[in-house]
Each structure stands twice: as structure tokens, then as C-alpha cells.
Design a protein around this ligand. Sequence first.
Ligand code: AHR
Length: 621
Amino acid sequence: LLVDASEASGRPISETLFGIFFEEINHAGAGGLWAELVSNRGFEAGGPNVPSNIDPWSIIGNESSLIVSTDRSSCFDRNKVALRIEVLCDSQGASSCPDGGVGIYNPGFWGMNIEKGKTYSVVLYVRSSGSINVSVSLTGSDGLQKLAAANIIASDSEVSNWTKVEVMLEAQGTNPNSRLQLTTTRKGFIWFDQVSVMPLDTYKGHGFRKDLVEMLEDLKPQFIRFPGGCFVEGEWLRNAFRWKETIGPWEERPGHFGDVWMYWTDDGIGYFEFLQLAEDLGTLPIWVFNNGISHTDQVDTSSVLPFVQEALDGLEFARGSPNSTWGSLRAAMGHPEPFDLRYVAIGNEDCGKKNYRGNYLKFYSAIKRAYPDIKIISNCDGSSRKLDHPADLYDFHVYTDAKNMFSMAHQFDHTSRSGPKAFVSEYAVTGKDAGTGSLLAALGEAGFLIGLEKNSDVVEMASYAPLFVNANNRRWNPDAIVFNSSHLYGTPSYWVQCLFNESSGATIFNATLQTNLSTSLLASAISWKNSENENSYLRIKIVNFGTNIVNLKIVVDGLEPNSINLSKSTKTVLTSTNLMDENSFNEPKKVIPNRILLGKAGEDGEDMEVAISPHSFTSID
Ligand code: AHR
């Protein structure tokens, strides 16, 4: 491998090359990144129907001790459904209640992770026909193990109208499969609505699950595309993500049923939270909005203006002054400063649909008029032919087998160097090569990403998809990060991305493999400067997609004599015994990068001999 590290060979890699794509799929947000522990907190999961779907809430007690139903008596206009309990038993009266009382419980998203010593904020809205004495407790999944509890005691005058109650519970034990219980032993009518349990300990105090965000931090993402994907489109327009329904106080959000991935979300993680997450990660938000097109229905271009206005309002919400109509709502949510929103995508995977071009042009001209600096991303692939409409970037999605993905390292080699840049906003090896996250898939992707690094003059951005999966709700395989209520791990695809985490904004050098193995071997060489210690680093990455060990001689030319400190060089290898090996909750580190110090593998300025394992991804720093 001949690396020409001279200044003349160096080309800048796009500052924004590698980022992340967050979609509300696989319970990535609701029951995932958003730390809310209660699922269906407003009892609205059936939509506006009465009786609505209160799943996964369940009843404690039997038909002789209580009657549970829903009605539309909530104090919140946009989510009118409330839970009504008629308690028939009374521990002070003749028909005594069962031990522990009667009521309801919520198991969260396949169990709440309650941890000893941590504090949980419980907020709920309650109303009653008389005085109340309600026990609020966090318990094990059978209700027996008590982890934390408090009583809400209030006179009839205090709760005759809807009243907000807040309780802090400190857990006395740990159980990743806990539940929230609301119980009473007092006869009468009682209504509950908008019940929330949030751990106090969230990422930057902004409601995100810390361990999951920390995995994102390690990727050093330069952008975050959100909130989908198909989630943005909906099977039907009426179920698409519409930003105005997801902002403001959480209690007032209507929530919606995502009919593509088939689950309800309370929209706790809404438009504001996505912008906040981008800011917290120090990355650029890329907002994908609905352009009047779902999987099934479409708005005619002649009637799309309300959608255009909705997008403009969304931009004002993100960027407008705190005195503007929509900017003032952002300020009221605690963020008077504008968010740094510079990119939007008009729709997702809608190119070729009847109204796409017409609708797109309406959005494009309205947005450019109001926000000339915003970069607009088209759904139409401009990599092999010129777009028939203006755009700053075009979206490129690829899901394929591992061999094809590897060979797609050359996908952009012949793309026109003029015109809009590519945003590879979704890529992944899928199907039987991938399982739920195999080494094979990751190696195919590593090859593809090396190709993107080399072509970053035409590929401005790239992100893997999907990012997250709650292992209890696998709607899509594979994914980068797998989690349940308490544990998480990265798939090999995640770890490949980590080895590209210094690429954005780095310099790429000519790296030539002098070999007859060019169909199974790919390599790149980049350098970057560490802003903290001012040192420059050189990283050489090699993917060996073949079955043979390769003894590679690496020659680095063009550097000042003695400018490489080989004593600190490391070799990081991602490989495993079998190509289909995966990580799992039992073996989260089965396929992860292993780093060794190469130390005195050679003297400064000398060539280096490295053995590259079969089926491996190696990074030499
Ligand atoms: O990443 C999963 C899905 O794949 C996305 O929602 C969609 O854009 C693509 O079809």
C-alpha cells in the first residue's frame, strides 16, 4: 500500500461527511432515546376513540372491586381521553379492597429500568368525586417488590377539578423490569390523565437516555437527520409526523399512531427535542418534513400550500426571533436562541410519485425566498443523471447484500463533479448477509464508506439506517445500536462507523494498493489535527473482504523525515471467527474493535509490514 502523504496529494473530506439518522422506528424514541418510562401516558393510544386503547396499562383488582373505562373529560383540549376508575370496594366499609388496593399499573416499554439510589419524577393529573388517598409506587413486575412509594392524599375540594400532582421517588432497589402502580382502597370515582415517570438523570437534563446518547457521542456525528424515514410520510397522511402536534408542554401533545412502524407515540421526543438533541451533540440538525405525500395518499400540488406554510412555520420555530409567532413558542419552551438549522429534506423516498416534483417546487421556492441560506435536499437520485429540478443535495438510499455494498465503494467514482452533492442518508447491508447485525454486513459497509471518503467531493453526507432498535420491537433488521430497558450494545456496523469518526473534515491522501486482490481489498489514508494537543494523526484503514490473510507492506511517502512517532502507533482490528458472528446482550463484545499498541513495529519513517486478517477491518493510527 503506497500512501502519498504529501501536501500535493491531500484533499479535504467534507466537514459533514459522517452523521446519524434518527428515525422513530423500532421504538427508537418512544421507549428508547426518550427517557420517559410510562408508555401511553395519556391513555390515548386508540386515538380519539372511546373506549380508547389503554395498552399497556393494566388493571389491578377484579370486576367486583373496580370498573375501569375511558371518557373524554381531560382538561387537555388536544388529547381529551382520560382514564376513569370507579372503585367499588372500600377498606373502611363492608366490601373491603384486596391487600395493596385496586387500580392500574403501567409496565413501561417492556419493563421500566428502576435503579437504586436514582430519583424519578412522577407527574400525573387527577380528579375525583371525593377525597383521595392514592398510592404511587414503583414495583417489580409482579407488584410485590416495592422499590419506591408515596401517597397522594387530597381533600375533595382539592381534586374536584383536574389537579397536577408531582412526586419525587427515590428507588430503594434495582429492577430493570419494574412497573408504575396507582392504587387506592377508597370507594368513589377517580380520573387520571397524563401520567409520567422520568428519571432525573438524563443527558444534559434534556430528557434523553444517557447511555444511548453516549453511544452517539462516540460516533462524533456531524449531523443528525430526523425524524424519518417512512415515519415522516406515514402509510396515510393523517398518521404522518406533523411537527406542530409535537411541541409545547408534553401534557398537551396529542401523540399519534405511526402507521408505518405500527405503534403509538406520545411524541415526548418532538420537533423541539430533536433540535435540542442536535445542539447537545454539537451537530447539525437535518429536518425531513412531509411534503403532502404518504405511502398511500397525496395532496395535489394545487392544494399543497398549507403543507408549505407548515414547513415555513417550522423553520420560523427553529430559527425565528423569540418575538416571532413561532419563535416565541420555542422561547417559551426554554430556548430563546435560534437553533442552527441549515438543512431540510423535502419528503422521504417520494421521488417519482405523481405529485412529488410539483409539490417539491412549491416548497423549494417558498423556502429559498424566506431562507436563502438553507440547503434543500431532494428525494431524487442525481448520481447517475441530472435532476430536473433545483436542489443543493440529493438523497441516496441503499440497502443491499454485503458483496454488492462492498463493490459500491466505486458508486460515486464517475458521478458528475458539478451539480448538487449526494446525501447518502440511508445505507446498510440487509437480508440474510446481515441477520440482526453481522460482521459480514459491517465489512461490506466499511468498504462502501472508504469509497465515500474518497468521493467526498461529491458525497457531502452519509448516515447508516436504522440507528436504534429496542430488542422487544424489531420492526427492521439490522440496526446500529440494540437496547432494552437497561442494556445496550453496538452491532459490528456501529463499530465500523466508530472507526470513521475522525474522517469528517480530515484530509484524504492518495493510497494505492499494488495488488491483484483489488476486488477484496480496499484502503484509505487520512490525516487530521487534534485541536486539543495540536498533534497531527495519520489513519490508514484497510478492509479485507477476502478469505486470505494479506501481508501488507505500507509505504508512507511525502512526510517530513521523522515526523511520524511510531512508538505511539496502534492497530485496531474488527474481525471474528465467523463471518456471521453478531453481538448480543449475552456477548455484547464478541465483535468489537481490538486495539493494540504497535509500538516499535518500525523506526520512524520506515516502511511497515502488517498482517491483515481475512474478513477484517483494520485501522492503523
Ligand atoms: O430505515 C428504514 C426505512 O428504510 C426508512 O424509514 C425508509 O426511508 C427506508 O425505506
